[in-house]
Design a protein around this ligand. Structure first.
Ligand SMILES: C[S@@+](CC[C@H](N)C(=O)[O-])C[C@H]1O[C@@H](n2cnc3c(N)ncnc32)[C@H](O)[C@@H]1O
Length: 221
């Protein structure tokens, strides 16, 4: 599990580092369109980090049960603490493993949540694993995804490119992240059985929050 030690090391400082780099913007992007999600009963969260989004999910969906998968024991500990603080621990299950080894039961969840998680993987890892993770969502269910993105505007790229480069350098150094630059998710997402329902972009076009609906797979004749 490449990166476990790195994420364990930065877990306690994650929030402060995030604030130093992006002020309130990263957290705002995390919850930007959270309230646009429909009511859900079963939620799968991959790589939640220190539990802030998990806590919000518990509050916004008080009847939902949540499975949270993360490879870092320290991040999971912070998640537990935050969820416990709002009395939600009975509704949550924590699984410590490499998400690459995790195959959700097909169609078990109404909602998949990934926030700043996909950028931990290479393009080929995403090609293989996104299909598998998404299979855990029932047809008609949702995927809430928040990620960095390279802005389309050349002017915005002048600001975004050095920031994205520095971020990758930091995570390569601390967690062994193999990527040197942001993987372009759009071609990969375009091959998945999903339809975008809502999108919001912020912070110079660098942060995108999206809701997708999972479509039934059409079988070829
Ligand atoms: C960059 S942090 C993002 C945390 C949080 N979701 C956020 O919005 O900032 C990535 C999180 O995913 C976890 N993670 C990274 N690679 C993973 C993997 N292969 N399997 C499971 N968890 C992983 C890390 O431990 C960490 O908690």
């Amino acid at each position: 599990m490449v990166g476990v030690n790195g994420y364990d090391r930065i877990a306690r400082f994650y929030r402060v580092m995030e604030w130093a780099a992006f002020g309130p913007h990263l957290n705002r992007s995390r919850v930007a369109i959270l309230s646009d999600l429909p009511a859900v009963s079963r939620v799968l969260v991959l790589g939640d980090g220190d539990g802030r989004l998990l806590q919000r999910l518990c509050l916004e969906h008080p009847d939902a049960t949540i499975v949270s998968v993360d490879q870092s024991p320290k991040m999971l500990e912070l998640q537990r603490r935050r969820v416990k603080a709002i009395g939600g621990e009975d509704r949550a299950e924590w699984i410590q493993c490499d998400a690459i080894d995790f195959s959700p039961e097909p169609g078990r969840f109404d909602l998949l949540v990934t926030a700043y998680f996909l950028d931990c993987f290479t393009e080929s890892q995403l090609e293989t694993n996104l299909t598998k993770w998404l299979a855990g969502v029932r047809d008609g269910g949702c995927w809430y995804v928040v990620e960095f993105t390279r802005p389309a505007s050349k002017l915005q790229r002048v600001v975004a490119d050095p920031i994205l480069w520095m971020m990758h350098a930091f995570f390569r150094w601390q967690t062994g992240l193999p990527n040197r630059s942001l993987v372009d998710l759009n071609p990969i997402l375009g091959r998945l059985p999903i339809r975008m329902v809502k999108r919001q972009t912020r912070f110079c076009g660098m942060m995108t929050s999206r809701i997708y609906a999972k479509m039934p797979l059409t079988s070829s004749p």
